[in-house]
Design a protein around this ligand. Structure first.
Ligand SMILES: Cc1ncc(COP(=O)(O)O)c(C=O)c1O
Length: 431
C-alpha cells in the first residue's frame, strides 16, 4: 500500500472524528530510536513519541527482546490468573512510586485508570464529588470526558454531575488576571471556595495532571499542588496524581508530582509505561485498595506481553539513568527554546514545561501583550516542521500550543537538529 491508499482507506472506514495531524497525515510504517519512516521511505525525527509514549525509543532492542520472548511463551490469560511479569511489575511500581503506594490495579488505557481512581476515591471516602481542573484531559469515556475540561474533547451534551472543575493554574493566561508570585497562588486557594459553594461540603478527591498535557503543557507554580492537596484533604478527599503523561522520568524526576512536595494517595499511569504496548495502572495505598469489595477484573489489564514490555522499559530507564538524562537534555532543549523565543518575540509568547516535556504557545503579538491565541501559526508550524522532517505535537484549548517530548534517551545532537528545524520553521511562519 502507498501512503495515499492508507489515507483513503482511513477516510472510508474510520470514524471521521479521529483526530489526525497535518493536512496530509503521515503514514508511519517503521520506527527505530527517535526516527520514524513513512511508507515511501521519508524519515522524520520524532519529538512527540506517539504522544509521549515511546519512552526509550522506537523498536528498542532491550524491550523488543522481552516482548518477543513473552509473546512466544504466553500472550494472554486475563487478571483471573496471576503471572510472573504482572507481579514483577506491581512490585517494581510499589518501589518506585512515592510514600506508601503499594497496591496496583492494571487496566488497558489511561481512561480506565482515571475511571478506576475516581471509583476508588469514592469508595474509600464515601463521598461522591470529585474535583478536576479546567484545561485538563482524562480520556474518552463518559466519566473521563466529564473530568476533561477542554470543549473540543467533550462530545456529549451532559456530564457526570459529581465532577466539579477548579481553575487551571495557567499562569500565562491567569484565570484571575493575576501575576505569579504576587498572586499568592490564588487559583489554588480558590479550591476551598469551589468545595464550599458547589459540593455538599465533602469531596471524594481531586484528580490532577502535574503538567496539563493535552491542555498545552500548562505547568503549575511550585506551591500549587501542596495548597490544593491540603484543602482537598481538609474536606475529606484524596489526592490523585494523573501521571499518564508525566510519569516514568518524563519531567526529569520519576513522577511529575515529585516536583511539588506532595505525596499522592493514588496515581494513574499509562502511555510511557510500556514503550507503546497497551497498558495502564492505578497504584494506591492498602487501605484505599481494600475499600473495593466487589469483584473486579480487566480482560486486557496486566496483559503479560505488555507487562514484560513495562518491566523492560523501566529496566532500561533505570540502567541508563534516563530520568537524569531527561533532566539534563531537557535543560538543553529549554535553553534552545528560550533562544527561539528571543528570536521570534512576536508570535512565540510562552515557553514552559519540565524536563523533556516542553511547550510553546503561539500568540498574535507578545511584544504588545496581545496574547490572542494564534492557532493559524500553530497549524503552519506543524506543516513547516513536517516539511523539514521533524514531528512535534499540538494541543491547548485554542490549538495554539506546541508540545515537544522526545524519547528519554535522546542525545544532544538530535536536540540540536530539532532546534535547528524549529528555528527554520519559525522563520517561515513568522514571515
Ligand atoms: C493525562 C491523561 N490522562 C488520561 C489520558 C487517557 O489515556 P488513554 O488515551 O490511554 O485512554 C490521557 C491521554 O492522552 C492523558 O493525557
Amino acid at each position: 500500500m502507498t501512503s495515499e491508499e492508507v489515507r483513503q482507506k482511513h477516510n472510508s472506514y474510520l470514524f471521521p472524528a479521529t483526530l489526525q495531524y497535518y493536512n496530509e497525515p503521515i503514514v508511519v510504517a517503521e520506527g527505530k530510536g527517535s526516527r520514524v519512516t513513512d511508507m515511501e521511505g521519508n524519515s522524520y525525527l520524532d519529538f512527540f513519541g506517539g504522544i509521549l509514549t515511546i519512552s526509550v525509543g522506537h523498536a528498542n532492542d532491550d524491550v523488543n527482546r522481552e516482548v518477543v520472548a513473552q509473546v512466544s511463551r504466553l500472550s494472554h490469560i486475563s487478571t483471573l490468573y496471576p503471572t510472573a511479569p504482572l507481579v514483577e511489575l506491581a512490585e517494581k511500581l510499589a518501589h518506585i512510586t512515592p510514600g506508601s503506594l503499594d497496591k496496583c490495579c492494571f487496566v488497558g488505557s489511561g481512561t480506565e485508570a482515571d475511571e478506576t481512581a475516581v471509583m476508588m476515591a469514592q469508595l474509600y471516602t464515601g463521598n461522591a464529588e470529585i474535583i478536576a481542573l479546567r484545561h485538563g484531559y482524562s480520556g474518552r469515556s463518559f466519566l473521563a470526558q466529564s473530568l476533561t475540561a477542554l470543549s473540543s474533547w467533550r462530545a456529549l451534551p451532559t456530564q457526570v454531575s459529581a465532577v466539579k472543575h477548579a481553575l487551571s493554574p495557567y499562569c500565562y493566561r491567569c484565570p484571575l488576571k493575576l501575576t505569579y508570585p504576587d498572586c499568592g497562588v490564588a487559583c489554588a486557594e480558590d479550591v476551598e471556595e469551589l468545595i464550599r459553594t458547589t459540593t455538599t461540603g465533602k469531596v471524594a478527591g481531586i484528580l490532577v495532571e502535574p503538567i496539563q498535557g493535552v491542555g498545552g503543557f500548562i505547568t503549575p507554580p511550585k506551591e500549587y499542588f501542596e495548597i490544593v492537596a491540603e484543602i482537598v484533604r481538609k474536606y475529606g478527599g484524596v489526592f490523585i496524581s494523573d501521571e499518564v503523561q508525566t510519569g516514568f522520568g518524563r519531567t526529569g524526576k520519576m513522577w511529575g508530582i515529585d516536583h511539588y512536595n506532595v505525596e499522592p494517595d493514588m496515581m494513574t499511569m499509562a502511555k510511557g509505561i510500556a514503550n507503546g504496548l497497551p497498558l495502564a495502572a492505578v497504584i494506591t495505598t492498602g487501605p484505599i485498595a481494600e475499600s473495593l469489595t466487589k469483584n473486579t477484573i480487566s480482560t486486557f489489564g496486566g496483559n503479560p506481553v505488555s507487562c514484560a514490555a513495562a518491566n523492560a522499559t523501566i529496566g532500561v530507564i533505570e540502567r541508563d539513568n534516563l530520568v537524569q538524562n531527561a533532566g539534563a537534555m531537557g535543560e538543553i532543549l529549554r535553553e534552545g527554546l528560550e533562544a527561539l523565543k528571543k528570536k521570534y518575540p512576536k508570535i512565540l509568547g510562552d515557553v514552559r514545561g519540565m524536563g523533556l516535556m516542553q511547550g510553546l504557545e503561539l500568540v498574535a503579538d507578545e511584544t504588545i501583550q496581545d496574547r490572542t491565541p494564534n492557532s493559524q501559526a500553530a497549524g503552519q508550524l506543524m506543516e513547516e516542521t513536517k516539511k523539514r522532517g521533524l514531528l512535534i505535537g499540538r494541543g491547548g484549548l485554542y490549538g495554539n500550543a506546541m508540545r515537544i517530548a522526545p524519547a528519554l534517551n535522546i542525545g544532544v545532537d538530535e536536540i540540536e537538529e530539532a532546534l535547528a528545524i524549529l528555528d527554520e520553521s519559525m522563520k517561515a511562519v513568522a514571515q
